[in-house]
Design a protein. Structure first.
Length: 286
C-alpha cells in the first residue's frame, strides 16, 4: 500500500494539514517520530484523541533499527503514517526512511507542513539571505565538536545568515545505571539559546579565525516558533548568554550582512540597551 510521511507543523495537534489529517484517519498504523523534535509539549494521548487513532511513539532505536519490520514491512500491504514535527524533508533521518521504503517497492507520499526553516523568517531576516544550516550538538567532558564553525565562517564571509539547529537529547541511556544492570534513561534535555551562545563563544576562542565577534555580531534567539508563546530576542552573543526565552524548542541565528529592511524588523527584538544597537549600523562588523 502506502507509507505516508506527514508533517505536523510547529504548533500543536491542530497544525496538521487537512489532507494530512484525512490520511492519518485512513491509516492502520500511525507512528510519531519522537527524537529529532517535539510538538509543543503535546502528549501522545492528546494526539490520539484528536486523530481518533492509536499512536506509536517512534524513538531513535525504533526508526534506525526496527523500521524495516515495524514500519516498512506493514506498509507493503497496509496504509502506514509516519508523523514528523515540522516538515518531513528537513531531516536526513526521514529521508533515509523514505529511501529504504522505496528500495523495497513501498509507495511513499510526503505531506509537507511548516518548519523552522520557514518560521525563522519571522524575525525579519529574509530567507534568501541564509547560507548553510548548521547543527550545534551538546558539548560534554570528552566531546566538544566544532564542525559547525567553518560553515558559519563561510556563510559570514559571503554576507549570509546562519540558522543553527540546537541539539535535543531524548531517551538517552543512563550508562551508570546500565553498568549496574538496570536499563534506565536520562531526563530529556533541550539545548537553549544560552547554551548555544556559550558553545559558539568557546568555538571562537578555540579556533580563533574570526567567524563572528562576541561583542559586535548580531544574533537572534528563537523559541517555540509557531506557538502562542513564541519568543524572539536579538543581541550579541555575549548578551544572549543571559537572555531568558523560556522552555523548548530553541533555535539560533548568526546574522550576516543586514539590509535596511531586515535591520528595521530585527531592531524590534533587540535586548534593551544592546551594544549592537548602540555601536553598529546596517553594516554588520565582521
Amino acid at each position: 500500500m502506502v507509507l505516508y510521511v506527514i508533517g505536523l507543523g510547529l504548533g500543536d495537534e491542530k497544525d496538521i494539514t487537512v489532507r494530512g489529517l484525512e490520511l492519518v484517519k485512513s491509516c492502520e498504523y500511525v507512528f510519531l517520530e519522537h527524537y529529532t523534535s517535539i510538538l509543543g509539549g503535546v502528549s501522545k494521548e492528546k494526539l490520539e484523541d484528536f486523530y481518533g487513532k492509536s499512536v506509536i511513539v517512534a524513538d531513535r532505536g525504533l526508526v534506525e533499527n526496527d523500521a524495516e519490520e515495524l514500519i516498512i514491512e506493514p506498509a507493503k500491504e497496509k496504509k502506514v503514517a509516519f508523523l514528523v514535527v515540522g516538515d518531513p524533508v528537513c531531516a536526513t533521518t526521514h529521508t533515509d526512511l523514505v529511501i529504504r521504503a522505496r528500495e523495497v517497492g513501498v509507495e511513499v507520499e510526503i505531506v509537507h507542513n511548516a518548519s523552522i526553516m520557514g518560521a525563522a523568517g519571522a524575525c525579519g531576516l529574509q530567507l534568501y539571505n541564509y547560507g548553510q544550516v548548521v547543527s550545534i550538538p551538546y558539548f560534554d567532558d570528552k566531546w566538544r565538536p566544532t564542525s559547525f564553525y567553518p560553515k558559519i565562517k563561510y556563510n559570514r564571509e559571503g554576507g549570509m545568515h546562519t540558522l543553527c539547529l540546537l541539539d535535543i537529547k531524548v531517551k538517552e541511556p543512563d550508562f551508570v545505571a546500565m553498568a549496574k544492570g538496570r536499563t534506565e534513561f536520562l531526563p530529556p534535555r533541550y539545548m537553549s539559546v544560552n547554551v548555544a551562545a556559550e558553545q559558539l563563544l568557546e568555538a571562537e576562542e578555540k579556533i580563533g579565525e574570526g567567524a563572528y565577534d562576541s561583542k559586535k555580531t548580531l544574533c537572534v534567539g528563537l523559541a517555540r516558533m509557531g506557538q502562542p508563546t513564541q519568543q524572539i530576542v536579538a543581541g550579541t552573543l555575549e548578551e544572549l548568554i543571559h537572555a531568558d526565552l523560556g522552555g523548548p524548542l530553541h533555535s539560533f541565528i548568526i546574522c550576516g550582512e543586514l539590509h535596511d529592511l531586515e535591520l528595521e524588523v530585527v531592531k524590534e527584538f533587540l535586548i534593551e540597551g544592546s551594544t549592537f544597537e548602540r555601536d553598529n549600523s546596517k553594516s554588520d562588523d565582521k
